[in-house]
Design a binder for this molecule. Structure first.
Ligand code: PLP
Length: 393
C-alpha cells in the first residue's frame, strides 16, 4: 500500500505504529528497556527479533523504528538505521564497511567533519583515501581502482554547492564493485532520487531540513537490508550511536511537513539568487538553480531544483563580508542550515576554518564567501534585509 503513495503522503503516514491506545499522533516510547513475560521470551528475543520486538534502545526503539521505516519509505530504500547525529551516520557507514588496507575515493569538497573522518580517522586505521575534484569525471575515473571498496561524496557540496553526477560516478564505481555512499543533506529527501540514480547508501544529517526547526541532532543511513542490518547495525548497535526516542519523534513530526517546507525554502533561494545576480557589491552568486551555475543542467536533471542553499561572494573580502553579516537584521548568523529561520555563515572563519589556506582556495572558500540557508520567512522581507545589508558595505 505504502508503495503506491506519493512521497508527500508517505511523509505523513509511512511507518506509523500504533499502540493499544490508538493514538493519532506518533507516541514517544521514552524507554531504554523492554519487559519480557518469561525468561524463555527474553532468551528467544536475543536469538532473533520479530517485527514488533525490541530489547534495548541502543539496538532499536519503537519511535526510532517509526522514523526509520518512514524515511526508508520516502527515499525508496529497503531499510534505514537512525543515528544520534549526521556525523554518527557518516562515521558509522564508513567504519562499519571498511577495514585496514581498503581504498576509498572521495570528493574533496566536503563538510569539515566528513573530511576529518576520511583523512584523519580512516587513515589512522590503514584505509587509503584518494581525494578528487568531484565535478571532474576524469579524476574519478583515474582514481577508482579494481580494489576500490567505496566512493563517498556530497551530492551537493558544502559550502560551494558543487553538484556531483551520482549516476556517472556510480557507473564508474559499480564497474569495479565499489559501494557508492552519498551524503545527501543539501539535496534533501524532497529532491533526492539518489538510490534510483545509482547510490547504494544515502546519508542524511536529520539535524538540518528533516528537523527543520533547529531543535535536535540526528542522522540516518539508508540502503539495502543487507547493508543496513548485515553491515551497519552490528557496528552501530554496539558502538552506541543510537538516536534518542525523543529526537526520533521530533524528526517524525518534521517529516510530516518536510515537502512543504523544503519546496518553499527552495523557491525563496531561487528568488534571492535571481535578485542578487549581477549585484555590484557581489563578485559571484552560486546557486545550482541559476543558468550561470556550472552544473545547472545536472542539478535540474538530478534534483529538479536548485535546493534551499546559496552562496554569495561579497566583493572586498573578509572585511566586507563581516560588515554585510553584521548589518543583517532578519538573517541570523549561525552555522546550522535547513532551519525555518534564514541563516548565514562565513565558512572560511567558522565551518571550514581548520582547512589549510591552499585547500580553502582550491575549494573556492574565499574570504568573501557567505553561505546562505533560506528559511520560511516572507521572501520580500528576506530580499529587503539582504539588499539593505549590501548597501551598508
Ligand atoms: C551538518 C552536516 C553533516 C553532519 O551532521 P550533524 O548532524 O551536524 O552531525 C554532515 N554532512 C553534511 C553535508 C552536513 O551539512
Amino acid at each position: 500500500m505504502t508503495k503506491d503513495w506519493d512521497a508527500r503522503t508517505r511523509m505523513v503516514h509511512a511507518g506509523t505504529r500504533r499502540s493499544q491506545y490508538g493514538e493519532v499522533s506518533e507516541a514517544i516510547f521514552l524507554t531504554q528497556g523492554f519487559v519480557y513475560e518469561t525468561a524463555e521470551q527474553a532468551e528467544a528475543r536475543f536469538v532473533a527479533l520479530g517485527e514488533d520486538e525490541f530489547i534495548y534502545a541502543r539496538y532499536g526503539n519503537p519511535t526510532v523504528r517509526m522514523f526509520e521505516d518512514r524515511i526508508a519509505a520516502i527515499e525508496g530504500a529497503e531499510d534505514a538505521f537512525a543515528t544520534a547525529s549526521g556525523m554518527a551516520a557518516v562515521n558509522g557507514a564508513l567504519t562499519a564497511l571498511l577495514q585496514s588496507g581498503d581504498h576509498v575515493v572521495a570528493a574533496r569538497a566536503l563538510f569539515g567533519s566528513c573530511l576529518y573522518i576520511l583523512q584523519d580517522v580512516l587513515g589512522r586505521y590503514g584505509v587509503e583515501v584518494t581525494l578528487v575534484d568531484g565535478t571532474d569525471l576524469e579524476q574519478w575515473r583515474a582514481a577508482i581502482r579494481p580494489d576500490t571498496k567505496a566512493v563517498f561524496f556530497e551530492s551537493v557540496s558544502n559550502p560551494t554547492l558543487e553538484v556531483i553526477d551520482i549516476a556517472a560516478v556510480a557507473g564508474l564505481a559499480h564497474a569495479v564493485g565499489a559501494l557508492v555512499i552519498v551524503d545527501n543533506v543539501f539535496a534533501t529527501p524532497v529532491f533526492s532520487r539518489a538510490l534510483e540514480q545509482g547510490a547504494d547508501v544515502v546519508i542524511y544529517s536529520t539535524t538540518k531540513h528533516i528537523d527543520g526547526q533547529g531543535r535536535c541532532l540526528g542522522g540516518v543511513v539508508l540502503g539495502s537490508k543487507e547493508f543496513i542490518r548485515g553491515t551497519l547495525e552490528p557496528y552501530l548497535k554496539h558502538s552506541g550511536g543510537a538516536l534518542s526516542p525523543f529526537n526520533a519523534w521530533v524528526m517524525l513530526k518534521g517529516l510530516e511537513t518536510l515537502d512543504l517546507r523544503v519546496r518553499a525554502q527552495a523557491q525563496s533561494a531561487q528568488a534571492l539568487a535571481e535578485a542578487l545576480q549581477g549585484h555590484p557589491k557581489l563578485d559571484r552568486v552560486i546557486y545550482p538553480g541559476l543558468d550561470s551555475h556550472p552544473q545547472h543542467a545536472l542539478a535540474q536533471a538530478q534534483m529538479g531544483s536548485g535546493g534551499t542553499m546559496l552562496a554569495i561572494e561579497v566583493a572586498g573580502g573578509q572585511a566586507a563580508a563581516f560588515r554585510f553579516l553584521n548589518a543583517l537584521e532578519l538573517f541570523t548568523i549561525s552555522n546550522n542550515l535547513g532551519d525555518a529561520k534564514s541563516l548565514v555563515t562565513h565558512p572560511a572563519t567558522t565551518t571550514h576554518q581548520r582547512l589549510p589556506e591552499d585547500q580553502k582556495q582550491h575549494l573556492g572558500i574565499s574570504p568573501g564567501l557567505v553561505r546562505v540557508s533560506l528559511g520560511l520567512e516572507a521572501i520580500g522581507d528576506l530580499l529587503a534585509d539582504v539588499t539593505a545589508a549590501l548597501d551598508v558595505i
